[in-house]
Design a protein around this ligand. Structure first.
Ligand code: ADP
Length: 477
């Protein structure tokens, strides 16, 4: 298949969360399985290895012509295209400390348009253009892509055989804008009903109704968004549920404790010696006493979604035990305050590192025994997958992809990989964390079994990529 993958963030070039990880990994996995893949994202900052192709795309939007230069990097069988325009050169990706940028609709409409032009003008790695490409768009940022394709390009007889698959990573962000913003997008008036949601312009809704198929990032999430987790789009999704499936994300090769270059020592399920060294380094680097003590870890965007309030609620109980708690995250002021306060209140037991640090995220996974992920909702979740692979047994809320990936421990079963609790309450969370702590301290062999099951689970991208290819084939007919 010929695939043009387009996303607002793409690791390692740009990343705020799981979307960036997926967009950096899935194109490679598709290419490894034989697809011809071009992956397009904005050039937010200089990527030294990417070279100026000399090609430009000039797009008319909001009353002006916007010239974008196309930077190209050929790696891992994929042609990565970074779209350069002044509107992407900012302090943050989507916003700064004062909130989201108010021209995001324009910034990502521009990305959609350029991605379509790329499919027509830029050859793939083998020097040939993509034929009848499947555009793989992701989330609201590229929700307008199928609308542009249907309402303008295909009307002009261009890219006739192309199709669009929309990845749904998080229904909580829809890119909603005032109706007046429709004017400058360059879409015909007849396209308004596609983007209209209760009188507002809603790019995610547009993507849902205009794409040929949708893939939510886990089977459970694909059902939940039709019932009560669609942030108002439940009905729209139900109407198109014959075109919606769920595929769980995979783990990229950079998340492997056997080869991880961020760690002071590597390790495998067969030999955990290196994990002890990672724990010691985690403790040392954060100024905690270096001891063989249960370490509970968390790495998260600090957003209401992530249930950090539950961690805050159980912290006094948890830290009344002889354990350490290490948290890494950034986002909402309220939870950053909790992080700082916890360090003052439990200076020998708790660390709340405020910031975004890729190396520390790896070290927390490697140095922890138990990983906390009490998200209110979680489309797929990557950290629980990483934590299983790194031998940090996850305690998760049984929702979305967390429910699909963590097999909860219960008496008599020997395939458990962690603890999944429900409902989303302090009591249920504390009970699950209590079981994890009890098992770790009193039944170390049972804990070791759970840890080993998680480390040996197969969450390779190859498996998921095969499922995506089946979707592409289905839409191409
Ligand atoms: P989401 O996409 O909702 O943020 P996921 O669990 O799917 O949640 O993915 C989160 C990704 O972002 C993981 O790779 C995680 O390590 C990373 N991440 C989140 N917060 C931080 C942080 N403060 N520092 C480093 N990495 C982070």
């Amino acid at each position: 298949m010929d695939v043009l993958f387009v996303a607002s963030e793409m690791a390692p070039f740009s990343k705020t969360g799981g979307l960036g990880d997926v967009a950096g990994a899935l194109p490679k996995a598709l290419a490894a399985r034989g697809d011809r893949v071009i992956a397009v994202s904005p050039r937010y900052s200089v990527v030294p290895e990417a070279t100026d192709s000399g090609l430009t795309a000039s797009i008319w939007l909001y009353g002006r012509l916007h010239r974008c230069r196309l930077f190209v990097l050929d790696r891992d069988g994929v042609r990565w295209v970074l779209v350069d325009n002044a509107c992407y050169h900012r302090e943050g990706i989507y916003g700064d400390s004062t909130g989201a940028y108010d021209d995001n609709l324009f910034r990502y409409a521009l990305l959609c348009r350029v991605a379509i032009e790329v499919a027509e003008t830029l050859p793939a790695l083998d020097g040939k253009r993509l034929e009848r490409p499947v555009f793989h768009a992701n989330d609201w940022h590229t929700g307008l892509l199928p609308v542009y394709l249907a309402a303008t390009y295909k009307q002009e007889g261009r890219l006739h055989g192309s199709r669009v698959v929309l990845g749904l990573h998080n229904l909580g962000h829809q890119g909603t804008a005032r109706r007046a913003a429709f004017e400058g997008l360059g879409l015909p008036r007849a396209a308004w009903p596609l983007v209209d949601m209760h009188g507002h312009l809603n790019p995610l809704k547009a993507g849902i109704v205009a794409s040929d198929a949708m893939v939510a990032v886990s089977p459970t999430y694909s059902r939940q968004i039709q019932v009560d987790q669609g942030f108002g789009l439940e009905g729209v999704l139900r109407e198109r549920n014959d075109r919606l499936i769920g595929i769980v994300n995979g783990i990229g090769p950079e998340w492997d404790p056997a080869t991880d270059t961020h760690l002071p020592a590597t390790y495998t399920a067969d030999d955990l010696t290196g994990k002890a060294a990672c724990k010691a380094e985690l403790q040392r680097s954060l100024g905690l006493p270096v001891r063989d003590v249960p370490v509970f870890g968390m790495v998260s965007r600090l957003d209401h979604q992530k249930g950090v309030d539950l961690v805050e609620a159980i912290a006094p109980w948890l830290l009344s035990n002889d354990v350490q708690l290490v948290m890494l995250g950034s986002g909402s002021e309220r939870y950053e305050r909790f992080f700082r306060q916890s360090e003052r209140r439990w200076p020998r037991q708790a660390r709340g590192y405020v910031g975004f640090s890729e190396p520390l995220a790896h070290l927390v996974e490697a140095g922890s025994d138990v990983f906390l992920m009490p998200s209110r909702f979680e489309p797929c979740g990557l950290n629980q997958l990483y934590s299983m692979r790194y031998g940090a047994v996850p305690v998760v809320h049984a929702t979305g992809g967390l429910a699909d990936t963590v097999t909860t421990a219960s008496p008599g079963r020997d395939d458990a990989t962690g603890w999944a609790f429900r409902p989303h309450s302090v009591e249920a969370f504390q009970a699950a964390v209590g079981y994890a702590l009890l098992t770790l301290t009193r039944y170390p062999e049972a804990f070791a079994r759970i840890r080993e099951n998680g480390m040996r689970s197969d969450w390779s991208w190859d498996r998921s990529a095969a499922r995506y290819q089946a979707v592409y084939r289905a839409v191409q007919g």
